[in-house]
Design a protein around this ligand. Sequence first.
Ligand SMILES: NC(=O)c1ccc[n+]([C@@H]2O[C@H](COP(=O)([O-])OP(=O)(O)OC[C@H]3O[C@@H](n4cnc5c(N)ncnc54)[C@H](O)[C@@H]3O)[C@@H](O)[C@H]2O)c1
Length: 476
Amino acid sequence: MKISVIGAGYVGLTTAACLAEIGHQVFCADSDEQKLAKLRKAEVPFYEPGLSPMLQKSCAAGRLEFGTTEEAIDRSECIFICVGTPPLENGEADLSAIEAVARMIAKRASDYRLVIEKSTVPVQTGSQVRRILMLHSTNSLDYDVASNPEFLREGTAVNDFFHPDRIVVGVESTRAADLLREIYKPVLDKTFTCPVHPNCTKNTDVRFLVTDTNSAELIKHASNSFLAMKISYINMVANLCEVVGADISKVSEGMGLDPRIGRAFLNPGIGFGGFCFPKDLQAFVRMAEKSGCDFSLLREVEKINKLRIERFIEKVRKELWVIRGKRIGVWGLAFKPNTDDVRFAPSLVLLQALLQEGAIISAYDPEATEKAQAVMPNIKYCADAYEAVKGADALLIVTEWEQFRQMDWNKVSSLMESPLIVDGRNMFDPQEIGAKGFRYISVGRESVAPPPSAANAAASSSPSMRHEKQPQDSTV
Ligand SMILES: NC(=O)c1ccc[n+]([C@@H]2O[C@H](COP(=O)([O-])OP(=O)(O)OC[C@H]3O[C@@H](n4cnc5c(N)ncnc54)[C@H](O)[C@@H]3O)[C@@H](O)[C@H]2O)c1
């Protein structure tokens, strides 16, 4: 099928490349000329594992092309809208890019178009898009508007496209439902060659859920808000653990064994970030309030999340006493591992606050340095994790990148002024890392001081600090 995708960001570009991979002829557009210039050379303008080789393959095969929105409208009957929907000052979603694209489709298209919202939008946006198409159509455009919310997670976006938990489509006509089923047929029937897993046996039964447009839009906002609520809930339980001397990792484990609760998203930390949870939560609350529903439950979720940073800084203050003039090493800037995305990342708020208190910060992230530098130029960015801890009075772990589990702890300890780790992601077993000579402060667990012998001898040489690994809540 011929398909157009408008908006070549984390969602749009992944969608375009994956649709091309399963055999469609895809045209992808973006209004950002610099981005387009890269894409036309088959270069991916951000970090997403597995995306680049797939994109290059489809470009070379002529199945994936890039250009302007006008061309995208002309090329295909089915048009995915994947533009950004950032938050306005008041928390509502800014839908101006959606409106601009809808207007352009109305003015330009002369025969049938299926306009598919993939951007995350508040409920009833589909009705507004329909109104715009009707209002601005110069050629009595025949159209359908559908909602196809995206559930991919940055860092595993390619895998998520090929192995979705569910595909939700909100439609108002059989024609739209049939076209969407046709688009996803290779995924539903598993007739594609999986580019993620050799000899892949996944995707036995992907649910294709057809609803009305309003319900599909609501499914996305309600799902993200629910997951955010789970994170804030476990963060509150972690606070309690710190006061009463319980261990949050055990509490999460015990709770998660109940299938009605599930283990996912029960990892405490410095709070959720990224381009989905914070803004979707805000937009959902605003939409509910505008509709006359008091959703103060979710306001509380937001409030708890904001307080995570202050609570984390309080732990740093407690350890360092005076922050002014202290050297602080930071591992991780991206809002979660395996992405370079720092939008609404907890790191930004945390580091700005520490800077204001006079800390001297050296940070390292395997992928997000460039993006962080663009919005936060006033800290030192390091080439590797060791450089970030040179002379440090404390090491703060902000993003749980896998490589931080594989460090030479002897070296880390010897580089630091004082072997103190404040871990916002509970990456390590407190006893194990204490035995390596570190004072270790984490979330919802007892603080650990090194045994006297370990403190003197610094860390033992084993680089394996790994304890039972849990999926982290920032992987959304
Ligand atoms: N990032 C995620 O993990 C994720 C997951 C699910 C859903 N979403 C939703 O998908 C949407 C896109 O998110 P993203 O992370 O891909 O954002 P993004 O900022 O990475 O990409 C948006 C792209 O749209 C382009 N754009 C903006 N206005 C345009 C216009 N008028 N015409 C053409 N192009 C235009 C921008 O230049 C940008 O490249 C948002 O609504 C987001 O909430 C994101």
